[in-house]
Design a protein around this ligand. Structure first.
Ligand code: HEC
Ligand code: HEC
Length: 252
């Protein structure tokens, strides 16, 4: 075996498992079950009384510490609770932020049932059929309506108001659709008159595609950008080469 073919062999042997490892490290998509409309009003009332009424009032009429929830709609309750924004932590943050949700799916359904039993108005949880959605149209809608605040690839950004447009990666398809319909916080809402059902599905599909870009060159390494990618390239590529040289040199 010549030196060169030995080096090649070493590279293959070292490179194979490494690329498998990198693929394994690729983060899995966050899957949250979507909301349903079959919660239990009585259980929802109990959960609401303990967890929400101190700010929103016993019958969701609102208090000094939190707005009225009458007529906000199922989509709003589902969005704010499933993204962990609600219940708000006391201590007066400027903006409710995403945190691990405090309630399980069933409990969120019960809360939705209770709040919507008090006033059935407001946007329902959007039903999505993403199988035939138009990804290209979604991209156009996103660039025209969302990218200014959330960035071209949805990584988020600061707004002039001092608020933050959050990164879109953690949001499930249902949460993206809900955000579009309700317009949480300072985000504008895009109702059925602005975005048809097809357009909603297109933009949701596009936002979700940002989570799983087509990584033609191998693993995207968490899509942290070219600098970490280059670092891994140097470390792994150069490291393997050095090891190979070392090993070949040692044998003679
Ligand atoms: C510590 C006080 C506090 C608690 C507890 C709390 N909230 Fe809120 N909630 C707020 C405030 C303040 C806002 C407005 C936040 C904003 O606009 O950024 C809000 C907003 C909301 C909204 C959006 C309303 C709208 O106009 O679109 C929903 C829905 C909501 N809360 C539901 C809940 C539910 C359900 C619970 C219980 C699980 C809960 N909240 C617990 C203070 C609270
Ligand atoms: C004017 C700026 C602005 C525009 C335009 C805008 N957003 Fe937002 N968006 C926000 C802000 C601010 C929030 C956070 C709201 C809060 O928590 O108070 C947000 C929240 C969201 C979230 C929730 C993310 C999470 O935490 O899970 C999603 C999803 C989202 N936006 C999608 C969109 C989509 C899709 C569009 C285009 C159709 C869009 N936004 C347009 C400002 C904007």
């Amino acid at each position: 075996m010549t030196r060169r073919s030995a080096a090649l062999l070493v590279l293959l042997v070292l490179g194979g498992p490494f690329s498998v490892l990198v693929t394994m490290l690729h983060p899995a998509a966050a899957g949250q079950p979507a909301g349903t409309a079959d919660g239990d009003v009585e259980q929802g009332r109990a959960l609401f009384t303990t967890g929400c009424s101190s700010c929103h009032g016993l019958r969701a009429e609102g208090t000094r510490r939190g707005p009225s929830l009458l007529g906000v709609g199922a989509a709003s309750v589902d969005f704010w609770v499933s993204t962990g924004r609600m219940p708000l932590k006391t201590g007066g943050a400027r903006q409710a932020v995403r945190k691990p949700p405090a309630y399980q799916r069933d409990d969120i359904d019960d809360l939705i049932a209770y709040v919507t039993s008090l006033d059935p108005d407001g946007p329902p949880i959007p039903e999505l059929d993403l199988a035939r959605a138009d990804l290209a149209e979604g991209g156009e809608l996103f660039r025209a309506n969302c990218a200014a605040c959330h960035g071209a690839v949805g990584i988020g950004g600061a707004l002039a108001s001092g608020r933050l447009a959050p990164p879109l990666r953690p949001a499930s398809a249902a949460q993206v659709a809900e955000a579009v319909r309700i317009g949480p916080g300072t985000m504008p809402n895009f109702g059925p008159d602005t975005f048809s059902q097809d357009q909603l599905e297109a933009v949701v599909t596009y936002v979700e595609s940002l989570d799983h870009p087509d990584d033609r060159g191998g693993s995207g390494l968490g899509h942290a950008g070219p600098i970490p990618e280059g670092f891994v390239g140097w470390l792994a590529g150069l490291g393997a080469l050095l090891l190979a040289c070392y090993w070949i040199g040692d044998r003679e």
